[in-house]
Design a protein around this ligand. Structure first.
Ligand SMILES: C[S@@+](CC[C@H](N)C(=O)[O-])C[C@H]1O[C@@H](n2cnc3c(N)ncnc32)[C@H](O)[C@@H]1O
Length: 232
């Protein structure tokens, strides 16, 4: 299993059941079964090909009976009583929002979501904080030269994030992450470039203002790491 999926597995705690939505090859549930996860294991995928691959991998590991496979959109076939952990990883943030939106039952504090958006993480964090979710943990993992955000969330609370934190995750939660300074520098560079482009074009004044604000928030946070040491 790659480091990204390993980081997700490390966040899963023993419980009554876990569903891996968009399982593709089924690496996560197979690994959990191998490592003695005590609850029920489910793997769903919208594609017949990926789900067959997952089934084959589970069977090859002698774990075919341990995992229930569901060919469907997101959580459509998931029995709400059978899981307490919902993993949705490796998809765009907007796709993840759609999956959660279509499964209203999952908006309940008994479910811990473990999410790993590949793109548009800001859309997902915005959706979560505007739908009474609290992001409980934020982690960063490096895999094949990329830094990925993996976070957990639970329904039933309120949380505020700065505009910049929608893109990066809450600054305070990320301070303990060894990859945070590198990730922050990357996001800061991205927004500096975006801001420069918007200023030069003179178009989209509303967007310019938003990007300017985010750039300033990232700049301020980056100052703490400017000389390589945390300025406490
Ligand atoms: C790039 S793979 C990610 C696999 C694995 N979760 C990971 O993180 O490595 C995305 C998978 O999500 C599936 N998928 C996309 N939209 C889906 C949806 N709405 N419901 C279920 N599966 C979906 C795709 O068929 C594909 O197998």
């Amino acid at each position: 299993m790659n480091r990204r999926l390993q980081a997700i597995e490390n966040m899963i705690v023993p419980g009554i059941g876990m569903i891996d939505v968009g399982t593709d090859h089924g690496y996560l549930p197979v690994s959990l079964a191998r490592h003695g996860y005590p609850g029920a294991l489910f793997a769903s995928d919208i594609g017949e090909g990926p789900l067959s691959a997952a089934r084959r991998n589970a069977e090859a590991a002698g774990l075919g009976d341990r995992i229930a496979f569901q060919l469907c959109d997101g959580l459509a076939l998931c029995d709400p009583a059978s899981v307490d952990t919902i993993v949705i990883a490796g998809m765009g943030g907007d796709t993840i929002c759609g999956i959660l939106d279509r499964a209203e039952w999952s908006m309940h504090p008994r479910y811990r979501l473990i999410l790993q958006p590949m793109t548009r993480a800001e859309v997902l964090r915005y959706w979560l904080v505007n739908n009474e979710y609290v992001i409980e943990e934020e982690h960063l993992v490096e895999d094949s030269g990329e830094i990925y955000a993996v976070f957990s969330a639970r329904f039933g609370g309120s949380m505020k994030l700065k505009d910049a934190e929608l893109y990066t995750g809450a600054f305070a939660m990320l301070e303990q992450e060894p990859l945070w300074p590198a990730f922050l520098a990357k996001q800061h560079g991205r927004f500096r470039k975006l801001l420069l482009g918007l200023r030069q074009s003179g178009r989209e004044p509303g967007r310019l203002e938003l990007v300017e604000g985010i750039q300033q928030e990232l700049e301020k946070e980056s100052m703490k790491y400017a000389d390589g040491t945390r300025d406490l």
